[in-house]
Design a protein around this ligand. Sequence first.
Ligand code: KIV
Length: 319
Amino acid sequence: MTAEASGVTGHDKPETRGLPPLCRAFYTALMSTTFQLDTSTSRAHPTPQPMRRLTVPQIQRRKFGGKTEQPLVMLTAYTARQAQLLDAHCDMLLVGDSLGQVVYGLPSTLQVTLDMMIAHGAAVVRGSYHSMVIVDMPFGSYEQSPAQAYASAARVMAETGCAAVKLEGGAAMAETIRFLAQRGIPVMAHVGLTPQAVNALGGYGARGRSQQEHETIVADGQAVQDAGAFAVVIEGVVEPIAVALTRSLEIPTIGIGASAQCDGQVLVTEDMLGMFERVPRFVKRYGTIAEEITAAAELYAKEVRERSFPGADQIYSLD
Ligand code: KIV
């Protein structure tokens, strides 16, 4: 149980005295700390001043007159701690069903369940306070009918506290998107390479090389916008499709393996952190986390085996 310990914020700090009012307000806004009192341990944990989360209309308004001056930043997150670390740098956190492979070692996203998405979605909401959190609808939880999609999405929204859901599919999902959007469930659509359809598509290769496929994907983008999606992920398509859709749609396009001209970008966080040896062509590695984990585990194992861990600093003595 936590309770907010009122009155222990960082206002009126001595270090702000004498500063001009504007600087002081700026400092306070930046440095204010709110403490959460954990009544089970009687410890107060400082947490950043809660900010209002970005909202669906705010995300939509970032595209104005067909342009997005400041591209939208989205990363996947699956755990509370990961969300805490990513939150300040992102506009949106996506609890992607890619967690099937990344977290659970499954062969595809097809085995991911609604319960798994809800557990991870709730953790990510708990770990963030700024980014808008979107939770993927897993395979089999929405395709049957708009009513099935509504029941699943309502559970996701109610049990996680997320602001929106994402579902894969273009024109074929338009009726479902409209049904959800008209009932207060914001939907991010997902067109192009749709991993839940891997068996029908025959693999994870880029889409849209033939004229027919090109036209289908562009029509999919238009259909999901017309149905009321507030944004659309465009995954794994030849660049001209992503550029055409970004220019023609009023809603923001979020690219992955698409184009730098999209209104925003998303990557699977573990991919960009360098967690895996093999990554798709469109991934850029911004870290070398696998090497760091390996080196740390190797050192730990060595120190345990030679009995140099725990050392004097890590044990409790009598005095
Ligand atoms: O599941 C996922 O992580 C996704 C993104 C790659 C867009 O759908």
